[in-house]
Design a protein around this ligand. Structure first.
Ligand code: PMP
Length: 424
């Protein structure tokens, strides 16, 4: 029903698949990026058409208006995650936010022999910054391993915490397996120890409410493009009592209060992390994405997506050659799977070569889905440590957005039936 809010689904002559119109597009790759509603596109268009100016510089009308929009958006994002206005930093994406924490906080606070706990289900964006920092500062990385199905348990985390632990880095929702991690329980394991809880909520924000007070985290990062907003904008939350532990990361315009030939004084607020011209139109458009989600409401979003998830898991049961990797429990609509032995030796022509005794390679399967108008993702989804742990090279992943409906799911399973026939 909500597809009508998203112009891409009615774009004539769209480039989606083999010359078909976009109305035939079955977009199940929302974990990569979500489509944009007309409301967001219009706000960005209007900003450039009527109100464009740089922020925090102009003493003229346009500049003041741009400032007002920009700072109002900060309040909108702060309210969205139940933070304070000054705890919100605009970044380029989730990746930049996580790198910023590692550089600006990690480098100053961690010394040789300190320990950082990272889960094995992380996206590379919440894995590599810590691996990089650990190598540079000679820290010890300790890995929070999931169970054999890829599910993290708090009891396994507790065993890893020591007097040297400085930070725990974990995702709220797995970008491969799609389930919610009980991040809100982690502070109980930390107790009174001064350990920073760093949470990647990139896959959570489109699906479930994210509340920094509930999660009791110190840092949190996400990208706005996965929650129906523009690309080029990320949100970094820095709990106010952590700010004094950080050093500037990028230096330049807009973040220094005094500059001499040899020294500079920097802003004492989180704005110190917004050096240079920020993504202004994206910030203004991003705030509209928050309003769009809020108008629909998370309870309606969750109810709708939950019903689709139930249906997908139920229908997969009729396909014994499909191995579903994601757990159903707590799944927000990100389902990883692979296609196992579908009579490979009986595959026809070139397709025969695609099937191995272990099944159809996810990349080949994704192309076959694409030929049938279905957009989904194949590969390691930037989560190689998880795939290595699960002993699979790659997987297929379908991921839902609030506009997906039963027709999309029907189309997906029809394509799966077709693909099976090729190999039968
Ligand atoms: N974390 C998770 C869990 C993700 O799924 C992604 C994107 N796939 C990222 C971080 C990185 O997001 P971005 O590429 O927008 O920085």
């Amino acid at each position: 029903m909500l597809k009508k809010d998203f112009p891409i689904f009615s774009a004539k002559g769209g480039s989606a698949f083999g010359g078909k119109n976009n109305k035939d597009l079955v977009y199940l790759d929302n974990a990569a990026t979500a489509q944009k509603p007309r409301a967001v596109i219009d706000v960005i268009n209007n900003f450039y058409t009527h109100d464009n100016a740089n922020v925090h510089r102009g003493f003229y009308g346009l500049g003041e208006k741009a400032d007002a929009y920009y700072e109002e958006a900060r309040v909108t994002f702060a309210n969205f995650i139940n933070a304070k206005q000054d705890e919100i930093v605009f970044t380029k994406n989730a990746t930049e936010g996580l790198n910023l924490i590692a550089h600006a906080w990690g480098r100053t606070q961690c010394k040789e022999g300190d320990e950082i706990i990272v889960s094995l289900i992380e996206h590379h964006s919440n894995f590599l910054p810590w691996q990089f920092l650990a190598r540079e500062k000679k820290l010890k990385l300790r890995f929070w391993k999931p169970d054999q199905f890829g599910v993290l348990h708090i009891k396994d985390l507790e065993k890893l915490i020591t007097s040297r632990t400085k930070a725990i880095c974990v995702t709220y929702v797995s970008n491969v397996l799609g389930y919610i991690v009980s991040v809100e329980k982690i502070k109980e394991s930390i107790g009174k120890k001064n350990i920073a809880l760093i949470v990647d909520v990139a896959q959570a924000v489109p699906h479930v409410p994210v509340d920094v007070q509930y999660l009791r985290c110190d840092f949190l990062s996400f990208s706005v493009h996965k929650m129906y907003g523009p690309t080029g904008l990320g949100i970094l939350y820095i709990k106010e009592n952590r700010l004094h532990e950080m050093k500037p990361f990028l230096v330049g315009g807009g973040m220094a209060t005094e500059v001499s030939l040899t020294h500079a004084k920097y802003l004492q607020s989180s704005h110190v992390f917004e050096a240079g011209t920020p993504p202004i139109a994206e910030v203004v458009g991003g705030a509209e994405a928050v309003r769009y989600i809020t108008r629909i409401g998370f309870s309606a979003i969750q109810k709708h997506e939950h019903a689709l998830v139930e249906d997908i898991f139920h229908r997969f049961e009729a396909y014994p050659f499909v191995r579903v990797l994601s757990p159903k429990e707590g799944n927000v609509g990100v389902v990883a799977f692979d296609i196992q032995g579908v009579h490979p030796v009986r595959g026809r022509g070139a397709l025969r070569a695609l099937a191995t005794s272990n099944g159809v390679h996810p990349h080949d399967a994704a192309s076959l889905f694409a030929e049938r108008g279905i957009a989904l993702r194949a590969g390691h989804h930037c989560a190689m440590p998880l795939h290595t742990f699960l002993k699979i090279p790659a997987s297929l992943r379908l991921s839902l957005g609030l506009y997906n409906d039963e027709r999309d799911i029907d189309a997906f399973f029809k394509a799966l039936d077709d693909i099976k026939k090729i190999f039968d």
